[in-house]
Design a protein around this ligand. Structure first.
Ligand SMILES: Nc1ncnc2c1ncn2[C@@H]1O[C@H](COP(=O)(O)OP(=O)(O)OP(=O)(O)O)[C@@H](O)[C@H]1O
Ligand SMILES: [Mg+2]
Length: 371
């Protein structure tokens, strides 16, 4: 049978229509997005969260080297009238990766679509979201290291040359169509840059690690949030909370709210150094910002395994925490503070960890100069 060009076009159009009808709607994507965010925001009131999230570079505190790089890149892409290069942000949770993506979209004046790798399980999920983009828009994929192979392969030509290959039909009648997608910017975020596949990583123009915040920067985050939330706090009170916030703005924001509740119920509502100290002590957050789980982790290594090395799997079972939570949430700060060391035979508690927990280092190790 001879098929005319006209017929071919009609068939292609109808196959495309069928395909599009089968795609997830933006409502469906939004639902998955909100489920993801909800999991992370259990402890923090969502309305407050929304109000205190910075929207401009001026409001976004710290990360100055990264902000400078981004400002120049944004300016250049505006002058060239092309979309921003794809960006990858990595670093521990709560340092401001998602917030920064929102700031960038706001500073450029474009829309941002937020999703996360686990929500892009089926090929049609990623195809659906790519095809729903408008020119210049930003697509933000959280936890991008969790993208599966198929989704990654759909993403490669979309990132590089702005097209995707659509396959329609079954068995013998499979057809492939090359469909253009609008020029967009992908911003990926991950807590684990090492888990990203090489080819995906290579397709990002800018790859940047977010740094832990200094106490001064965190005190600024706290004072800014306090102002928005109508919480009275003095400089010393802000510094006290900052020093116990694990160098992380998300934790600083959580602690300020808890401290404000404490100050309101026990005192006149204003947060001072003494009140902050008392409130945080009552929450078992110590002067380095460690909580019960951090201390249990270090104590376990010291008391049960002579200071280590001990494998992450063993720690996970003994603590009842999953490996990912230990690696992503607890370890980065303990490593940064020099309380924990990673060796190829497992984790070790450092001399500083013994000191912090008030455990005699010599007694445990029987000799000097191990570290
Ligand atoms: N630079 C900053 N200045 C002020 N506030 C900040 C900054 N970075 C983050 N925050 C605050 O901390 C909260 C957590 O930030 P965000 O959700 O962007 O972290 P994240 O790096 O995306 O974390 P995750 O890895 O868990 O997704 C934000 O709601 C925001 O209010
Ligand atoms: Mg995030």
């Amino acid at each position: 049978m001879i098929i005319s060009d006209d017929d071919k076009n009609k068939r292609q159009k109808s196959a495309r229509r069928e395909f599009l009808a089968d795609l997830p709607t933006s409502k469906h994507l939004d639902k998955e997005k909100s489920q993801n965010l909800e999991a992370k925001e259990v402890e923090f009131d969502k309305t407050y969260e929304k109000n205190i999230r910075p929207k401009t570079f001026d409001e976004y505190i710290g990360q100055s080297a990264l902000k400078e790089t981004l400002k120049i890149t944004i300016e250049a892409s505006k002058k060239r009238n092309i979309p921003l290069d794809h960006l990858l942000f990595y670093g521990p949770p709560g340092l401001g990766k998602t917030t920064l993506a929102g700031v960038i979209a706001n500073e450029i004046g474009v829309n941002i679509k937020i999703t996360s790798a686990p929500a892009l399980e089926r090929p049609r999920d990623i195809i659906g979201i790519l095809m729903s983009l408008k020119g210049g828009e930003i697509l933000f994929i959280d936890e991008i290291h969790r993208l599966n192979k198929v989704a990654e392969e759909i993403l490669y030509p979309a990132m590089e040359d702005f097209f995707i290959d659509l396959t329609t039909g079954k068995s013998q009648s499979v057809k492939t169509m090359r469909v253009p997608v609008p020029k967009f910017t992908l911003i990926g975020a991950t807590t684990k840059a090492g888990a990203l596949s090489g080819p995906l990583r290579d397709r990002f123009g800018i790859i940047h690690r977010l740094e832990f915040y200094t106490i001064e920067e965190l005190a600024d985050v706290i004072k800014r949030s306090a102002k928005i939330l109508n919480i009275k706090i003095d400089n010393e009170g802000a510094k006290e909370i900052a020093s116990r916030s694990r160098a992380t703005p998300r934790i600083a924001n959580r602690l300020i709210k808890r401290t404000a509740d404490y100050a309101l119920v026990k005192y006149d509502g204003k947060i001072t150094k003494i009140i902050a100290k008392e409130a945080l002590d009552s929450l078992c957050i110590d002067n380095l910002g460690l909580d019960n789980t951090d201390r249990a982790l270090l104590e376990l290594i010291i008391k049960n395994y002579d200071g280590g090395p001990v494998g992450i799997e063993t720690l996970s079972v003994a603590l009842g925490e999953d490996i990912r939570t230990i690696e992503d949430v607890y370890e980065p700060y303990l490593l940064q503070k020099g309380l924990l060391a990673r060796t190829n035979r497992g984790r070790r508690a450092t001399k500083a960890a013994y000191k912090h927990l008030g455990i005699d280092y010599l007694e445990q190790n029987g000799q000097m100069g191990l570290f």
